[in-house]
Design a protein. Structure first.
Length: 292
């Protein structure tokens, strides 16, 4: 079997990539701060900001393909600790591209819809990036740097993702459900829009990109929803009281990182290549059935 290296398997997306690929690849995963299954010899603890260790990892595994998902993906933390987040979001990402390039190792880099300012959605791959947060700026710098080093890399801009939790990471769905199940009010933005997608669909898109894509591609879902609309749909699927969901505005919740209002992605290119994300309702029903 060919060897696939996945960085960031202790994260929500990385864990799902690892689980999905284990039957068709000899998958190896990296983690650092959050422990995962220590009995799995294919899971490797490594600090990806230690560039010498990253080089040694590549020499040890000799991967046939790489999906680089490790990141500091919380915009507020990036805003507050820009140097620490740059080390993983930018510097480590460029090193991985440098290690893949000489051997033409297929590389997928997970970027974000937050490379846009939210004023001209829906965004296609050709639209000009205009990040409003440090997280978005770091991802833009990584995109450009990776493609400069290795033009054959696939840059996958990911939307808001939801799904079953990993051992050490929830999606935004779990705290939403917990709040409603505890009988508490859940305030959700009516003025922030994303093309949210279930994580299983997202993983399928990344594997498609690994096989077929060079350059930038968008892997958004097919529906543009606000967090408030998502919450109402979630409540209906999980049979939870929608009266507890209260509308609010971005301006009601001050945060360190500026938030764009509408970063909906136009993913027509990915759809034409065979990417078929399921509807939000279908994905939520599958999660409900899995945990019931």
């Amino acid at each position: 079997m060919k060897k696939l290296l996945i960085t960031g398997v202790s994260g929500f997306l990385g864990w799902h990539i690892y689980q999905k690929t284990r039957s068709s690849w000899a998958s190896f995963g990296t983690y650092f701060k959050h422990n995962v299954n220590s009995n799995d010899p294919n899971l490797i603890k490594i600090n990806l900001t230690d560039l010498a260790a990253v080089k040694e990892l590549f020499q040890q595994i000799k991967p046939d393909a790489v999906i680089h998902g490790a990141a500091q993906s919380k915009p507020n933390l990036c805003q507050e600790f820009p140097q620490a987040s740059e080390a993983i979001n930018l510097t480590a990402s460029l090193e991985i591209a440098r290690l893949c390039s000489p051997y033409q190792i297929p590389l997928v880099f997970t970027s974000t819809d937050l490379v846009f300012d939210g004023k001209n959605a829906p965004y296609s791959e050709n639209d000009t990036v205009s990040p409003v947060s440090i997280y978005g700026e770091q991802k833009v710098a990584a995109e450009k740097g990776i493609l400069a080093v290795y033009p054959r890399a696939a840059i996958c801009r990911m939307p808001l993702m939801f799904g079953s939790p990993s051992p050490s990471a929830n999606s935004f769905l779990q705290p939403f459900l917990k709040t409603l199940q505890e009988g508490k009010e859940l305030s959700l933005f009516t003025d922030e829009y994303r093309t949210a997608v279930g994580v299983n669909s997202a993983v399928n898109g990344l594997l498609l990109a690994l096989e077929k894509v060079q350059g930038i591609i968008h892997l958004g879902g097919k529906e543009r929803v606000s967090r408030y609309q998502f919450g109402l749909l979630m409540a209906a699927v999980f049979n939870l009281p929608r009266e507890q969901i209260k509308p609010c505005l971005q301006s009601d919740v001050p945060m360190s990182a500026p938030r764009p209002q509408d970063v909906s992605l136009d993913s027509s290119l990915a759809f034409s290549l065979g990417y078929q994300p399921l509807s939000i309702k279908t994905e939520l029903e599958a999660i409900r059935d899995e945990i019931s």
